[in-house]
Write a protein that binds this ligand. Structure first.
Ligand SMILES: Cc1ncc(C[n+]2csc(CCOP(=O)(O)OP(=O)(O)O)c2C)c(N)n1
Ligand code: SF4
Length: 281
């Protein structure tokens, strides 16, 4: 064994495809540390990713995993959870995958309070396909498809998750790996729809287009602009080019109260038990 996390990595899939300086390595490392910290047995977990640079994660992690089609990680994961309610099902995917093509699945899974953890790596563009703009690209940011600056207002992912019904919502950057690890661990131990947004540099495409001189420059920029404010009204936590980056574990609600439905898998389990009861009688 060469690395303390070798037991959680499929060594035969390494080297990975990620560019040097990409934030995905730190995001993955923080996730693996969180898995260890959460004390959930690895054979009781499954990880699902869609397509994209981030989507490669499911293939690198040594647990039951599936690299599914673009935008369909959440429906695949929902099926998995309903078929086996004892599994902790994690989705690890990109902002394009989860919020553009997969946007409807995202809001409805949160609305139904499906008992899954969604980890979204937000690098502000579609990395794998050449750095196009997407629903998280900040106004005025330059991308391959917005060379004069993005004209479309982006989603505020944390606000969207909270407004759709998520019971746990957080946002951290890869420049805060310990806080990120703690937050993912909380999300993993949460019952109901939990959401962690990870801001992560894509130096090769987004960085270069927006005049960052290096990957490190992007991390330093995150640190310079970070404000931790867990009491913020999420409406005011929009991310803007060069603006303040508000971070925190923003929402942590007990499911079943304040209008939040019980986690879906729990309802299905209850229904199974009730049916079984009727058949036995
Ligand atoms: C149905 C479908 N449409 C488009 C694509 C092309 N495609 C592959 S990855 C991707 C974007 C990925 O962006 P994101 O989810 O932000 O992940 P990143 O690569 O930035 O980590 C697109 C559009 C595809 N594979 N399938
Ligand atoms: S294109 Fe961007 S997101 Fe994809 S691996 Fe390279 S730096 Fe990372």
């Amino acid at each position: 064994m060469n690395h303390p996390f070798d037991y959680l990595l499929r060594e035969d899939r390494i080297p990975h495809i990620w560019c040097s300086g990409c934030g995905l390595g730190i995001a993955l490392h923080s996730f693996l540390r969180a898995v260890q910290r959460s004390n959930i047995p690895v054979d009781k977990m499954a990880i699902v990713s869609g397509i994209g640079c981030t989507g490669r994660t499911a293939g690198y992690v040594k647990m039951d995993s599936f690299h599914t089609t673009h935008g369909r990680a959440i429906p695949f994961a929902t099926g998995l959870k309903l078929a086996n309610p004892n599994l902790k099902v994690v989705i690890f995917s990109g902002d394009g995958d989860l919020i553009a093509i997969g946007g409807n699945h995202f809001i409805h899974a949160a609305r139904r309070n499906v008992d899954i953890t969604v980890i979204c790596v937000n690098n502000f563009n579609y990395g794998m396909t050449g750095g196009q703009s997407g629903p998280s690209t900040p106004l005025k940011a330059r991308t391959a498809t917005s060379p004069y600056g993005n004209q479309e207002p982006p989603f505020n992912l944390a606000y969207l998750a909270a407004g759709s019904g998520a019971v746990f919502v957080s946002r951290w950057t890869v420049a805060e790996p310990r806080r990120l690890e703690a937050s993912i661990s909380k999300a993993l131990n949460k019952q109901g729809f939990s959401f962690v947004e990870i801001l992560s540099p894509c130096p090769t495409l987004y960085g270069r287009m927006n005049k960052y001189t290096s990957a490190l420059d992007m991390l330093v920029d995150y640190q310079k602009n970070t404000v931790i404010n867990e009491k913020v009204n999420l409406k005011d936590a929009q991310l803007e080019l060069g603006g303040k980056i508000i971070l925190g574990d923003f929402i942590d609600i007990q499911p079943g109260i304040a209008g939040h439905p019980m986690p879906l898998s729990e309802k299905v389990e209850l229904e199974h038990t009730n049916k079984k009861g009727t058949e036995d009688e």
